[in-house]
Design a protein around this ligand. Structure first.
Ligand SMILES: [Fe+2]
Ligand SMILES: [Fe+2]
Length: 222
């Protein structure tokens, strides 16, 4: 069912946005960060009820949503949200997806993480294909300032925080043009796949910690 849900979403978006990559990525980024909001909402509720406390999970999921926010800001800076209809589609789809994931995560967290693993995997391949097909064109364009700040010149704490498989301060990409930006967005999606996969492990509660936590173990997808 999860696979069908993802397949349906991808099919609709790919057909609607066949020749408009930036609006397509804008819609995908708007929808694709919503599951992290859903995970955080449910985890906050569990903390409020005193059932269990997973502060590091909240921190990681927030850093993941922060990363996706920057993908979204990059797409907006490229004109992806210029048209009213694209904003309408993105926001309404996101609203529906938020509530679906809240319900799925409450009933079966592993299924909700599996859903997101598939979405992130799709995102990785979309950016990989796009970077390959448009390499020359992208290399001729400058990187948006928001990308330079997020990946290179700004405070990189949050950039390190979402990557549970990479030691903090070890990934410091060069951002010289738009191609570098898309390659790094693609690589971010791969890190999300790894984290979502790790969250489904039977020992996830014990092993998933913030990368900045001294007790943290670096996790790989398995
Ligand atoms: Fe993204
Ligand atoms: Fe993503």
């Amino acid at each position: 069912m999860i696979r069908l849900l993802v397949g349906f979403l991808v099919l609709v978006i790919n057909n609607l946005y066949r020749n408009r990559p930036y609006p397509r990525f804008y819609v995908l980024e708007t929808v694709a960060r919503v599951p992290y909001f859903a995970y955080m909402s449910v985890l906050h509720l569990y903390e409020t009820l005193g059932w269990w406390r997973r502060a590091d999970w909240l921190k990681i999921h927030f850093a993941e949503s922060w990363n996706e926010l920057h993908h979204l800001l990059i797409m907006e800076s490229l004109g992806g949200n210029d048209q009213w209809i694209d904003r309408f589609i993105a926001r309404h789809t996101a609203l529906v997806y938020y509530w679906i994931i809240v319900v799925v995560y409450t009933l079966n967290p592993r299924a909700a993480y599996h859903f997101m693993e598939l979405v992130e995997e799709h995102a990785y391949h979309s950016y990989d294909d796009f970077s390959r097909e448009s390499e020359a064109e992208l290399k001729a364009q400058p990187a948006p300032q928001v990308a330079i700040n997020y990946y290179r010149d700004g405070d990189l704490y949050m950039f390190d925080e979402f990557q549970t498989g990479v030691k903090p301060e070890s990934r410091r990409p060069a951002i010289d043009n738009l191609y570098d930006v898309f390659i790094n967005i693609r690589n971010d999606e791969r890190e999300h796949v790894k984290t979502m996969s790790a969250c489904q492990r039977t020992d996830a509660k014990a092993v998933i910690n913030s990368p900045h936590n001294p007790a943290s173990v670096l996790l790989n997808s398995q």
